[in-house]
Each structure stands twice: as C-alpha cells, then as structure tokens.
Design a protein around this ligand. Structure first.
Ligand code: HEC
Length: 173
C-alpha cells in the first residue's frame, strides 16, 4: 500500500468519525431530551423538587387567602350574603332548628354538634371545629368538603362574599 492509498483510508475514517459525532449533536438539538418529573434514582441528602404538587400548593394559597380576605371583610355585606342561608339557618341566640342547624356562635364550635340535630354522616365523621379555614372550604363547595352532605347549597365561589359571610358568622356571639 503506498502512502497515497493510506492517506485516502485515513481521510475516509476521519470523515466518518466526524459525521457520527455531528449526527449525535444534531439529534440532541432536534430531540431535546425531556427530563423526567421524578428522578429515576434518589440521591440521599438532595432535596426533591416538590413544585409539581399542585394540590398542596392550591390549598396553601387558599388558606392564605381567607386570612387576608377577612382582614378587609365587611360584616354588613356578610349579613346580606346570609340571606342565602336564612331559609335553612337561624342566626339568633337560642334560635330554632330549621332545615339546617342554628348558626349562632358557630365559629370555633365543634362540627355537627348541635344537640338533637340529625346530621349526615358525611359531615359528622369529619370531626373538626369550625375555624375560619374550615368554614371557607365548606362554604366554597359543601358537596366537595363533605361529599354526601344534606346541605343542598351549591356554595359561594366569590372569595369576597365568602369572606364577608364568615366575618358575619363570626359576629354571631
Ligand atoms: C337548603 C338549605 C340550606 C342552605 C341554603 C344553607 N344551608 Fe347550611 N346546612 C344545611 C343543612 C341541611 C346542614 C346539615 C348538613 C349535614 O348534616 O350534612 C347545614 C349545615 C351547615 C353548617 C354546619 C353546622 C354545624 O352545626 O356543624 C354550617 C356552618 C352551615 N350550614 C352554614 C351555612 C351558610 C353560611 C349558608 C349560606 C351561605 C348555608 N349554610 C346555606 C342547609 C342549608
């Protein structure tokens, strides 16, 4: 083999090598590799990215909201919103049971605890107290808060109205 022949082969190999390296780079460019949401392996001591835990995030935002909204809530406006509730709930001390239990002094009270009222198991099994956060979640969508509740009320989606009526409920004491 003369040196000319050898050079030809070497050049061909070099071109082939460059071609493959180039293809790899181009492929990376076209098919941007997607990173998996969760790493396939967990490195001890490295914090995991929880930012796609959207549900948790929503809950936190909502909790912050009601406290902020209550700071500027209006009891008189809330009394007006309460007209939606008045068909089923009394709002006075010693008030009677209507379709729903009396709501006097409801804020801070144990849930489903009005003596003698026959609550749905959906509500009574929750077993919390009516803090402003719980009332906020309940009044946003009763059927979601306590699936199977007998309070047939769609809920108040407007944040301001919900905050106002909670401020009003808080004044019933
Ligand atoms: C159509 C009738 C109806 C309307 C309207 C209604 N409620 Fe109720 N409410 C009920 C019933 C029935 C229950 C009992 C729910 C159960 O046992 O699942 C209840 C339960 C409640 C409770 C829990 C009481 C407790 O003792 O734990 C609160 C708080 C409450 N309602 C607030 C409201 C507010 C505030 C409104 C208006 C924004 C409203 N409700 C509108 C019927 C109604």
């Amino acid at each position: 083999m003369d040196s000319f022949e050898f050079n030809k082969i070497a050049a061909a190999l070099l071109i082939a090598a460059l071609f493959f390296i180039g293809m790899d780079k181009i492929a990376d460019y076209i098919y941007e590799p997607e990173k998996p949401a969760k790493p396939g392996y967990i490195v001890e001591g490295v914090a995991q990215d929880k930012s796609n835990d959207k549900e948790d995030l929503k809950k936190e935002v909502k909790k912050a909201d009601i406290k902020i909204l209550l700071a500027t809530a209006n009891v008189t406006a809330g009394e007006n919103v309460f007209k939606k509730c008045a068909a089923c709930h009394t709002n006075v001390s010693g008030g009677a049971v209507k379709i729903g239990p009396p709501l006097w002094a409801i804020v801070g009270k144990k849930q489903a605890s009005y003596p003698g009222y026959s609550y749905s198991s959906a509500l009574s099994k929750i077993g919390k107290s009516w803090t402003v956060e719980e009332l906020d979640a309940w009044l946003y969508k009763p059927s979601e808060y306590a699936s199977g509740t007998k309070m047939s009320f769609a809920g108040i989606s407007k944040d301001e109205d919900r905050a106002n009526v909670i401020a009003y409920l808080n004044s019933l004491k």
